[in-house]
Design a binder for this molecule. Structure first.
Ligand code: HEM
Length: 116
């Protein structure tokens, strides 16, 4: 069971890598758009995160305040990506504040995971 939890943590980290990696590619290439790859990363990190939010295997202690904050930030990232993509469809441009918010919020969630 503990091995299985570690596998889910690994999947969670792959989701984080896909989301943050996609964002870094956009930042460095100066396209600065919200992309479908970010959707996939967010979905993978989110689903794996929810599985990890359940107290298994028996006896494990979880920090629910930290998990709650991470969930709120994940929903905020999803909202920002959604708004940015709707704007892109209409005007072809992404407001810089929305683009930077995706990276900052993703980095913040990883920092909270590791440092809290
Ligand atoms: C973009 C969103 C997210 C990012 C970037 C992220 C990042 C991370 C990282 C880097 C870790 C590894 C920390 C470590 O092992 O020290 C981690 C662990 C964890 N995350 Fe997330 N996370 C996100 C969303 C979520 C969500 C939405 C939840 C739950 C609702 C969640 C629940 C957890 C839990 C419970 C762990 C601990 C796993 C364990 O050690 O058993 N995460 N997260």
């Amino acid at each position: 069971m503990e091995f299985l939890r570690h596998v889910v943590v690994l999947v969670h980290l792959v989701g984080f890598a896909v989301l943050f990696g996609a964002w870094v590619v956009e930042a460095v290439s100066r396209r600065r758009q919200a992309t479908r790859v970010m959707d996939w990363g967010l979905l993978i990190a989110g689903v794996a995160g929810l599985i990890l939010a359940a107290p298994w295997p028996a006896g494990i202690e979880l920090n629910y305040a930290k998990i709650g904050v991470k969930l709120v930030i994940l929903l905020a990232i999803g909202a920002v990506i959604g708004i940015a993509r709707a704007r892109q469809r209409r005007t072809d441009a992404t407001p810089p504040a929305l683009f930077w918010a995706i990276g900052v919020l993703t980095f913040a969630n990883a920092a909270i995971a590791v440092l809290w």
